[in-house]
Design a protein. Structure first.
Length: 317
């Protein structure tokens, strides 16, 4: 790291959301090490209608890693030399500001494989969390304070709401917000659905309970253009769920697909269920995407970033 710049003089990082540049000697790129790295970054995103990789990965040989490439926002650098101590090391802002660099040091390809095998989920999570934080930082520059105040008053929660989301419908326990835009002639919709219910048991975290509760809300509040059309979970397809830590609170995250009953719309959604123990109620945060002509990964990540700003109002400093 001898060529690290002074932090005050670093240029801005380059690249798009979801991109990772892998720095690896060509001799390893086409072997088992390169295959394992591709497995980490190019595994399919869960809960999207078309096959999409978790990250858009590109690779550069170590000798050619110079100049503008060093400004890449997400770097994954693998060094395999006999003199290396086996370890994984995380650095930030080495050659550019707002940059994440994960280094893998190994003394053999076998050692590199062991490190990679042990850290598959950790590596993925680190880059995803970094992208989420970048989005949240971007949102903080232009939040809709009036709409956020309304959400806090209604649900007792704090959540960041970036520009262009408008209130569509709701009742005392439900709020649906929508952001809509066009690219060319193609419509893109991002929806944010917030709703609550009394807490009765931990069964509320089951996949079936999430589907039942969500379908009840979307049937009433998220209607399609055609008569008697409404949003519904695509329950013939799998739901991918996992436990998460949502700013210090236990929560369950779900990813799956929705479709419009009696219409031809559909897409992915990300849903988070969390308990407000003090008030004995369940908070549901749901983000859905309609973008039929485009990949969905980054639109879902944008909604994930919003959901992960969630805090219970009484827990705020």
């Amino acid at each position: 790291m001898g060529d690290k710049l002074n932090s005050d003089s670093l240029p801005s990082s380059a690249g798009k959301y979801g991109e990772v540049l892998v720095v690896l000697d060509t001799s390893y790129e086409n072997g088992v090490v390169g295959e394992k790295i591709r497995e980490i970054f190019q595994a399919e995103v869960e809960g999207t209608p078309q096959s999409e990789p978790l990250f858009r990965m590109s690779t550069v040989n170590t000798e050619n890693f110079k100049s503008i490439l060093k400004r890449s926002r997400n770097l994954f650098k693998v060094s395999i030399e006999k003199s290396n101590q086996n370890k994984i090391k995380i650095d930030r802002d080495v050659w550019a500001s707002d940059q994440l660099l994960i280094n893998i040091y190994a003394n053999s390809k076998e050692s590199a494989l062991r490190i990679l095998d042990k850290n598959v989920e950790g590596i993925r999570d680190y880059y995803n969390q970094e992208e989420v934080k970048r989005l949240q930082k971007q949102y903080n520059n232009q939040l809709q304070s009036d709409l956020m105040a309304e959400v806090e008053e209604q649900f007792g929660i704090s959540i960041s709401i970036p520009p262009a989301f408008i209130k569509m419908s709701g009742d005392s326990s439900t709020l649906w917000l929508k952001k809509e835009k066009k690219i060319g002639d193609h419509q893109i919709i991002q929806g944010l659905l917030i709703y609550s219910q009394p807490y009765s048991s931990s069964g509320v975290f089951s996949d079936s309970a999430m589907i039942e509760n969500r379908d009840q809300k979307t049937k009433v509040f998220v209607e399609g253009a055609r008569e008697n059309s409404y949003m519904k979970v695509y329950d013939e397809l799998p739901v991918y769920s996992k436990e998460i830590n949502l700013n210090g609170l236990y929560a369950k995250e779900y990813r799956a697909l929705w479709h419009m009953e009696n219409d031809f719309m559909g897409g992915p959604f990300i849903h988070t269920t969390v308990i407000d123990e003090e008030n004995q109620k369940v908070i549901h945060l749901d983000g859905f995407v309609y973008a039929p002509k485009f990949t969905k990964r980054e639109y879902v990540r944008e909604l994930e970033a919003i959901i992960k700003t969630f805090k219970l109002s009484q827990t705020e400093a």
